[in-house]
Design a protein around this ligand. Structure first.
Ligand SMILES: Cc1cc2nc3c(=O)[nH]c(=O)nc-3n(C[C@H](O)[C@H](O)[C@H](O)COP(=O)(O)OP(=O)(O)OC[C@H]3O[C@@H](n4cnc5c(N)ncnc54)[C@H](O)[C@@H]3O)c2cc1C
Length: 335
């Protein structure tokens, strides 16, 4: 393999039911930065059927080129069809980097594509950069339960592949004046290529706010002591127009649904304000919230690690502090 033959950054533009997934836009944001740094084109790979309108959207979010492979058999994700189409395109066009969101679809697709292309993949990355001089992709991910950050390179094979955690990168602002080329490709797939058959896609309606979208998060940990105390946090969150969230300890105690978990094995969030209540600040928790704009920690232990990264630390019992905060906000809002 002559790695110099490979050029360009590709981002898998995951869509479901014709809706682009947020992680695809986040990857375009990061992909744009990498492509500019190494001076190559940024391409979005879109697979589906009758979704021409979202192809243009990918340009507005940063793509120089969109490879839109369409076929009725690509309407819903299947491992076989998507792997075939992406591998065929990659063999023909030789990208040097392929980024895939680490959603349940991306985590299924990424390894299949990398095995078929005979290249390296780093899963669930939380940081990406390129090495000065060589332009090799530096793929960083937590290892050993988050106690170590590993930076991995794929120096001998191309494309360099990475699945990336949703929420860690920021999407660019939508700019409809951006110029790009949409290349529509009639994808060659046959029903016989696909061994899995999608009968139906069922959605479980959960009445849960997406904590990744909230501008304010009031997050509770083991220090809350019991489920009832989340009522106080909810009241504060409602007043501030935000949502509640929790540490893994709070979720494991059964106080909150898993969808509210912040951290390495939960969600990555970057709200404007993150209020950590009774959370010690274990490294696996920090991994999910340390990029929040403003962090307030409420903890009775002033030496808790969360205090190290807090912009504002309040030492004391949350049972006294939260009701006082609620009262003060009500006064301020009434004025
Ligand atoms: C592989 C792996 C993945 C993990 N993934 C995650 C993850 O995604 N998210 C996550 O959160 N954790 C994760 N963890 C667990 C993590 O290591 C910690 O165990 C967990 O974050 C601790 O939660 P906590 O801060 O709520 O509880 P604790 O560490 O027990 O902290 C409780 C805090 O509450 C304070 N407190 C007690 N009473 C009060 C009071 N009345 N008022 C104010 N403060 C009070 C205490 O001083 C203490 O600091 C993971 C661990 C592993 C090994």
């Amino acid at each position: 393999m002559n790695i110099a033959d490979y050029k360009g950054v590709w981002v898998f533009a995951e869509q479901r039911d014709g809706h682009l997934q947020k992680v695809a836009l986040e990857l375009l944001g990061k992909g744009r930065e990498i492509a500019d740094k190494i001076g190559v084109e940024l391409t979005a790979i879109l697979l589906g059927d009758n979704i021409d309108e979202i192809a243009n959207e990918l340009v507005a979010y940063g793509a120089d080129r969109v490879l839109y492979a369409h076929n009725p058999l690509l309407k819903h994700y299947t491992t076989d069809a998507y792997t075939k189409v992406i591998c065929d395109l990659a063999k023909e066009r030789k990208p040097e980097i392929i980024l895939v969101g680490a959603s349940f679809i991306g985590r299924d697709l990424g390894p299949r594509v990398s095995a078929r292309l005979g290249t390296g993949l780093t899963a669930d990355c939380t940081a990406l950069d390129t090495e000065e001089g060589t332009n090799h992709l530096l793929m960083t991910r937590p290892a050993f339960g988050g106690n170590l950050m590993a930076t991995i390179m794929c120096t001998e094979h191309r494309p360099q592949m990475s699945t990336v955690r949703p929420g860690v990168f920021e999407k660019l602002a939508k700019d409809t004046s951006r110029k790009g080329k949409v290349e529509k490709i009639a994808a060659k797939v046959e029903a016989s290529d696909i061994r899995t058959k999608v009968e139906d896609v069922a959605k479980i309606a959960k009445n849960i706010a997406d904590i990744g979208e909230a501008e304010v998060l009031v997050s509770g940990g083991r220090g809350l002591g019991d489920k009832e105390n989340f009522g106080m946090l909810k009241e504060l969150a409602d007043l501030m127009g935000g949502s509640i969230a929790g540490s893994r300890a709070a979720i494991d105690s059964g106080w909150l649904d898993k969808a509210y978990q912040v951290g390495q094995t939960g969600k990555t969030v970057r709200p404007k304000i993150y209020i950590a209540v009774g959370i010690s600040g274990a490294i696996q928790h920090l991994a999910g919230m340390q990029d929040s704009d403003f962090i307030i920690a409420i903890n009775k232990d002033e030496s808790a690690p969360i205090m190290q990264i807090a912009d504002l630390g309040i030492v004391g019992d949350f049972k006294k502090i939260i009701p006082e905060l609620i009262a003060q906000i009500k006064v301020a809002q009434a004025e």
